[in-house]
Design a protein around this ligand. Structure first.
Ligand SMILES: Cc1cc2nc3c(=O)[nH]c(=O)nc-3n(C[C@H](O)[C@H](O)[C@H](O)COP(=O)(O)OP(=O)(O)OC[C@H]3O[C@@H](n4cnc5c(N)ncnc54)[C@H](O)[C@@H]3O)c2cc1C
Length: 357
């Protein structure tokens, strides 16, 4: 168990820093509510970054085309004036009442919050690494089989097998083949086909290292392993022609991408329907007063899992959260004309040159 950290007091915690969670924090900021964002991923952006960073999106209002990554960068820039702290790489594990009308939240990394209101923007759930399924592999600890590299020193000097064909696999293979500080004893990159989904410069660097004999590339799959006393000794690699090759390896790094798992959201005692949180579409409150849900995680009659729907939900949920905290309807102000909002956003709001009169 991680060590418990001091309680962070805040108006709101937004669970999930996907596109909708980011915009939610912005909408809370416009209503002068303090917020903290928490995400299981080590970076913000949710599905846009994890599933389609370079694909074009054509249906965000006022933005004829942008990629998933560009949208998330814009949302981040828009949010900047509110200086919202982000707690990344941390799954919110527990939610409960604090006894005074507020909520207590704890992350798997030990961060603890006391919040007046919560907005759950958890999408399809927390993104988790896809596992390599081999009987008994889960009995080896993270110094033997790892799905992310927290401390590269753990793997330096050892014979490493890196599995996967995406950017993360190539980045780690290159790091351990090239880094003067953390060079491995030997790196073998293993992928089921000789096609890689990574920036061209990384693929070129990997192929150059293989050609120079500085690392190995095997086209095949890991189909078995041998370990003794909790230590990995070798892997069985099944090659494309069906033959099996034994590879001596002291650690296995697996990068098969991430997939969302609903996880703890289902245990928080909130009314659900088909793995989604049931909400009232007037302000996206859940079955527990003070807890709201927006974006792909919620359901209501006519729900569409679209960015534009999620963004709309954020505005209404922010008003709902303010009402819950302050006990009255917050004032609706336009960002165009409100000097109060200009001050919050750090803009002067004067007409821009060239605008139609
Ligand atoms: C390939 C693809 C293309 C798409 N194209 C379009 C399009 O063109 N137009 C459009 O409108 N929509 C599109 N969508 C849908 C759109 O991406 C989603 O509607 C949007 O991402 C939902 O945003 P969200 O913030 O609700 O959820 P997500 O993007 O899923 O983000 C949720 C975040 O919450 C985090 N999280 C979950 N549980 C926890 C927890 N317990 N603790 C901490 N963090 C947690 C997750 O790690 C994740 O980062 C597309 C989706 C896909 C997959």
């Amino acid at each position: 168990m991680p060590e418990a950290q001091p309680l962070i007091d805040t108006d709101a915690v937004v669970v999930g820093a996907g596109p909708v969670g980011l915009f939610q924090a912005f909408q809370l900021g416009l209503l002068e509510l303090s917020a903290h964002l928490v995400d299981a991923l080590p970076y913000p952006g949710g599905q846009c970054i994890e599933l389609y960073p370079d694909k074009p999106i054509y249906d965000v209002p006022g933005v004829p085309v942008c990629t998933g990554r560009e949208l998330v960068e814009s949302l981040g820039r828009q949010l900047r004036p509110f200086d919202v702290p982000m707690h990344l790489g941390q799954e919110v594990a527990e939610i409960g009442p604090s006894g005074d009308g507020r909520f207590l939240l704890g992350t798997a990394a030990g961060t603890r919050f006391r919040a007046r209101t919560l907005v759950i923007a958890a999408g399809a759930g927390a993104f988790q690494p896809r596992r390599l399924k081999l009987d008994g592999l889960e009995t080896l600890d993270t110094t033997q089989v790892a799905y992310h590299v927290a401390d590269p020193a753990v793997f330096a000097g050892r014979r490493l097998a890196v599995v996967g064909g995406g950017e993360a696999a190539l980045e780690q293979a290159l790091r351990f083949a090239e880094s003067p500080d953390h060079r491995a004893g030997r790196v073998t990159l293993i992928h089921r086909r000789d096609v890689f989904q990574a920036p061209a410069d990384r693929i070129d660097r990997m192929r150059a290292l293989v050609a120079a004999g500085s690392m190995d590339l095997v086209i095949g799959q890991v189909t078995g392993f041998d370990a003794a006393d909790g230590r990995l000794r070798s892997l069985d690699l099944t090659l494309t022609d069906g033959s099996v090759r034994i590879l001596n390896a002291e650690a296995l790094l697996v990068f098969f991408g991430l997939s969302p798992k609903l996880g703890p959201v289902a245990d928080w005692g909130l009314a659900m329907e088909r793995k989604q949180l049931s909400v009232d579409p007037s302000d996206f409150r859940t079955s527990v007063p003070g807890i709201f849900a927006v974006g792909d995680i919620n359901t209501y009659p006519g729900k569409k899992k679209l960015l534009v729907s999620g963004f709309h939900e954020c505005a209404l949920a922010a008003f709902g959260a303010a009402r819950h905290i302050q006990g009255r309807e917050p004032l609706l102000q336009y960002t165009t004309t409100s000097s109060r909002l200009h001050a919050l956003l750090g803009v002067d709001g004067s007409p821009r040159s060239g605008s139609a009169g």
